[in-house]
Design a protein around this ligand. Structure first.
Ligand code: ACO
Length: 430
């Protein structure tokens, strides 16, 4: 019989301890009993950036980074991308099962009913400078929503939580579209609730001059596929931020605003923007080998859109996006930067530096090319990530709130600073 325990011998004291192994983990709180004396706090795990620490138990999203597998509630991402819609996938994430036809109709109706934002949100957005980054606008406006829905702070109520989840999933495209229109100096366009979710968003962003403006169905489909691919990704930086902020039992708008802030960074969702800037800087296919040399020289230049904390194999989302490129480019014309991207990938995938470190294209490597071909400015790319990730953030938040093992997130530190100094008045300091 396998014994699911770990025996640890503390060589400082010669004592042995037996810790339980459950789901492939020990509880680091169990290390606390390992002490050199009664005054000792006890052994801790030191894990900056959570390289090997599970922060929660989850049933939402499964990733096998070595084999390049991603599943939402058990369903492989490529099947969802091919067969589902973003709203159906959102239902799946939130409820754990695929909806029946009537469940999906009800869910769609509910989301559609909440796409409008309070008129004051518009004036709030007007307060931003003409060149405000759309992600700054989105983070602030989502945080501001908590002031419009004060009941949202009642996070113990299942009904209240669900109402905010529906609201936020519904309003995010409207807020993102408003932030785009603001940056372009264009009037805001209200949601058209006769349109499906993704088409409604594209229309709010792009429509100009006529109420009859119609998004190309192939572009709506491609964007919806991108929305599905971005809907959740287990305990990434922004989701961990949402869980951490939410663990204080603040309202979900404030928690999601924290997630948007985390997503903004170039090492996370901001990478799609960084990829485009990098491809433009490279400029031509013939400059690719020189750029790769610079990356390998270790002067801090990174091949943006490559590498992942979890995937040590091809990111399965990047595979789907690469395919979607063809469909989008058949409508918009080929993005000339695609040739540079393909050449970068070709060279990198056979270069020892990238092979050894298991660096493969991630979701952001090709998504920016599609966004650009669709006419979105680079600054707006991360908003296009935040819209679909909202359902992931909220589902993870709900799971955290209802998990009886969770408490306010509060890591420990290893203190290495000075202690017990005597205060020196300013005139006596050298
Ligand atoms: N280009 C060049 N070298 C890289 C890259 C890259 N994109 N990514 C990692 N490396 C190198 C590191 O320098 C390090 O080399 P070393 O062992 O010689 O020091 C090694 O590969 C391991 O990398 P880490 O930084 O330890 O990997 P980590 O898991 O901490 O970082 C991250 C993951 C942040 C995604 C990193 O790969 C990166 O910065 N990539 C570029 C930004 C990017 O594309 N981010 C999007 C991620 S997907 C998403 O968030 C939606």
């Amino acid at each position: 019989m396998p014994n699911d325990t770990l025996t640890i011998k503390d060589n400082r004291t010669g004592k042995s301890y037996e810790l339980k192994i459950e789901n492939g983990c020990i509880r680091t709180a169990d290390l606390k009993q390992i002490k050199v004396g009664p005054e000792d706090f006890g052994l801790m795990g030191y894990d900056p950036a959570f390289l090997n620490t599970a922060n929660c138990k989850s049933t939402i999203t499964f990733i096998d980074g070595d084999r390049g597998i991603l599943e939402y509630r058990g369903y492989p991402i490529d099947q969802l991308a091919e067969k589902s819609t973003h709203l159906e996938t959102s239902y799946l994430l939130m409820n754990g099962v695929l909806p029946s036809k009537s469940q999906l109709d009800d869910f769609t109706r509910e989301i559609t009913h909440h796409t409008y934002v309070h008129e004051n949100v518009k004036s709030f957005m007007d307060g931003f400078r003409y060149d405000a980054h759309p992600m700054s606008m989105l983070a602030s406006t989502v945080a501001a929503l908590s002031s419009f829905y004060p009941e949202a702070k009642n996070v113990k109520s299942k009904e209240v939580r669900r109402a905010q989840m529906i609201r936020l999933i519904a309003k995010m495209p409207t807020l993102a579209a408003f932030s785009y229109r603001h940056a372009q100096g264009l009037p805001y366009i209200y949601p058209n609730n006769e349109l499906p979710y993704t088409e409604n968003f594209l229309t709010m962003v792009k429509s100009i001059g006529t109420a009859r403006w119609k998004a190309h169905p192939a572009l709506v489909k491609a964007l919806d596929v991108l929305f599905i691919l971005h809907a959740d990704h287990e305990q990434n930086c922004s989701t961990t931020s949402v869980r951490t902020v939410g663990s204080s039992e603040v309202d979900p708008y404030s928690a999601v605003a924290g997630g948007i802030a985390a997503l903004f960074g170039p090492l996370h969702g901001g990478a799609n923007e960084a990829v485009l800037r990098m491809l433009r800087e490279i400029g031509e296919k013939k400059n690719v080998p020189d750029f790769i040399k610079r990356v390998k020289a270790g002067d801090g230049t990174k091949l943006m859109g490559f590498g992942h904390r979890v995937y040590k194999n091809y990111d399965p989302r990047a595979k789907v996006i690469k395919k979607a490129c063809d469909e989008v480019f058949s409508v918009t014309g080929r993005n000339p930067l695609l040739d540079i991207a393909i050449e970068l990938e070709r060279i990198a995938l056979q270069d020892e530096y990238f092979v050894q470190r298991k660096l493969y294209p991630n979701v952001d490597f090709y998504s920016g090319l599609i966004y650009e071909a669709m006419g979105f400015p680079v600054d707006f790319f991360t908003n296009l990530f935040a819209i679909p990730r909202t359902v992931g953030w909220l589902t993870q938040w709900e799971e955290m709130i209802t998990d009886t093992e969770q408490k306010i997130a509060r890591p420990r530190q290893v203190f290495l600073g000075k202690r017990e100094l005597d205060y020196v008045p300013i005139e006596r300091r050298s």
